[in-house]
Design a protein around this ligand. Sequence first.
Ligand code: AMP
Ligand code: GLY
Length: 435
Amino acid sequence: MTTSPSEALKVLLIGSGGREHALAWKLAASPLLGTLYCTPGNPGIADYATLIDIDIEDHDAVIAFSHSFEIDLVVIGPEAPLVDGLVDALKAANIKAFGPTQAAAQLEGSKGFTKDLCARFNIPTGAYGRFNNAPKAKAYIRAQGAPIVVKADGLAAGKGVVVAMTLDEALEAVDACFEGQFGDAGTEVVVEAFLDGEEASFFCICDGVTALPFGSAQDHKRVGDGDTGANTGGMGAYSPAPVMDEGMVERTMRELIEPTMRGMAEIGAPFTGVLFAGLMITKDGPQLIEYNTRFGDPECQVLMSRLKDDLLVIMLATVNGMLDQISVRWSNEAALTVVMAADGYPASPRKGTVIKGVEDAEALQAVNIFHASTIHKDGELLANGGRVLNVTATGSTVTQAQARAYEAVSKIKWVGGFCRNDIGWRAVEREKADQ
Ligand code: AMP
Ligand code: GLY
């Protein structure tokens, strides 16, 4: 890198979740960092960053702040500002930003866009149809039969997907989309073949040309133990994903990621930032379920717990188009995070309940608590949203990381919150079987 530590870089981080707390923690560990600002941030991020309040939908306001505080790099955590073109606005104002352009963020912003890209560049994924009206979607579903998957085309906060085991469920899902349940996201519907196998999340950092593998994870989307109940943003995760061994990573790079990078460049939207592939490892190999164009939350928390290298150096290499000169080292340990959520999550989480014991939990060996949605009020820490804390631990095995994380959970005194009790169960069972 050309940057010397004495340059003391100024970084603006955008977001307020556990993902951004984990990013702030890693960025703060960089000797290159001078000042970290975060908008809007949270009480955990405040340990590492100066919190500021900018309306991120107001691109001119983000640009004005970045200019007046001489920001060297803007790091964007969540998807909405990416799909909204914040990176394009910053670049046009000569401000470096980590994340994809609006055109490249379509990989997350439009499921139909991604499916068409897969078809054009031979990227393995389920057969599909795109529809802008219910009768045609239903006719396609009747012709294909169940199980089948119905997806709102646009961003629906992870809630726009119905994996329908029966024809009736699929037809109902089509009506729900076109009746506006997901707002504008559901004006187009993608119907997709059901893929059978084990799911894994696979991450790459990309600079438009080079894609660098950046770890794997498995998450737990359902709210209840044993993977039951409503879908959520994620109730916990662990890294690495056992199915993503060296051979599977190599195959995923060759069959999915590299054609995607070439395809995006060819259509004039080279991909920069984090490419997060939701994969189904089927008996025929890896198939794409979906792309996201940012780190997963809570997957980021476990990835950052295992990353040995300087995140700021990696992000600078990304925005400077120099990823071909970088290699990334990971801890051999496993990391696991348990999401503690407010009662009522995901439908209607209860805010304002008091949380105690975070310091006791954090004092345990190999444990880190990332704040997702908390607030300080009158000297107390309160829940302020759905997913509230991410209790994260590392260990030589997933079993050990899991035991440490749940010991930390037991130190947190919070009437009004809950967590799953089985995060990592698949990997723990595997480890038992391998003994
Ligand atoms: P998505 O929001 O696209 O990640 O979908 C949410 C969840 O639905 C995924 O994590 C999968 O568990 C499931 N899913 C999505 N698409 C498919 C598919 N084609 N086959 C089987 N399961 C799927
Ligand atoms: N945990 C899934 C996501 O961030 O999309």
